[in-house]
Design a protein around this ligand. Structure first.
Ligand code: ATP
Length: 222
């Protein structure tokens, strides 16, 4: 069973509808800044706390696979996209914790996802399962004085640095500086629906996949 002192493993959950360079830089810069052995990408099936994704789970999974292809530090976990029902992050993290033993796990998040944490199912239990690795995102504050009270309360005493993440399996929060990228999947979906170019905002193999499967287009007749 892996020991606490083995290098932490990063986790990146998301709808990835579609995956873009904001996600890739979050994973890459988080890996480097927090000393992660790698990052496991976990595309959501049907996320319970937001509207249904535009693209089917199988498409989002395939786009994630194409986005990370060739990077041995990145892997894709298809458990949530294979599940029939809604996927709760806390349930996925329980599974990964059971697999990891006492190895540190670090859930990477952009500031927007972190600020929305109190809406997640059994969110307080997430701190017992993983560390959080937080990146600023244009338009969202990462300063604790701007956090909702219940989030600030749950995080009190947990804030630390990259080195703290190696010392325990879970429970600490470290933020890291990330190249600010104002790219979002919603922006990409809007551009694709409008027939505008999304080239250079996401990996070319993902763009080609979107084009060949005619994803995110307004259906004919609308
Ligand atoms: P949408 O626009 O549909 O809400 P999104 O672009 O935020 O999608 P998600 O799949 O919801 O993408 O995000 C997965 C994770 O990646 C979240 O933790 C989110 O904060 C983070 N993330 C996405 N884009 C960026 C970005 N440009 N910079 C930093 N973090 C990002």
């Amino acid at each position: 069973m892996p020991e606490t002192n083995s290098a932490p493993l990063g986790l990146l959950g998301g709808t990835f509808d579609p995956v873009h360079y904001g996600h890739l830089r979050l994973a890459e810069e988080g890996r480097a800044a927090l000393g992660l052995a790698g990052v496991r990408w976990i595309p959501a099936g049907q996320p319970p706390h937001r509207a249904a994704p535009d693209a089917a789970a199988a498409h989002r999974l395939e786009m994630a696979r194409r986005a990370i292809a060739g990077n041995p530090a990145f892997t894709v976990d298809d458990a949530e996209t294979r599940a029939a029902g809604p996927s709760y992050t806390v349930v996925t993290l329980e599974r990964l914790r059971a697999e990891a033993g006492r190895r540190p796990l670090v859930l990477l998040m952009g500031a927007d996802a972190f600020l929305g944490l109190p809406a997640w199912h059994r969110w307080r239990e997430i701190f017992d399962l993983v560390h959080l690795g937080l990146a600023a995102r244009p338009g969202f504050a990462l300063s604790p004085t701007d956090w909702p009270a219940e989030l600030a309360q749950a995080c009190a005493g947990r804030l630390g640095e990259a080195a703290d993440l190696r010392a325990a399996p879970a429970g600490r929060i470290a933020s890291f500086a990330m190249t600010p990228l104002g790219i979002s999947a919603s922006l990409l979906r809007a551009q694709l629906a409008a027939g505008a170019s999304v080239r250079y905002l996401l990996p070319e193999p993902v763009r080609e996949y979107i084009e060949s499967h005619r994803l995110y287009r307004i259906p004919d007749g609308h």
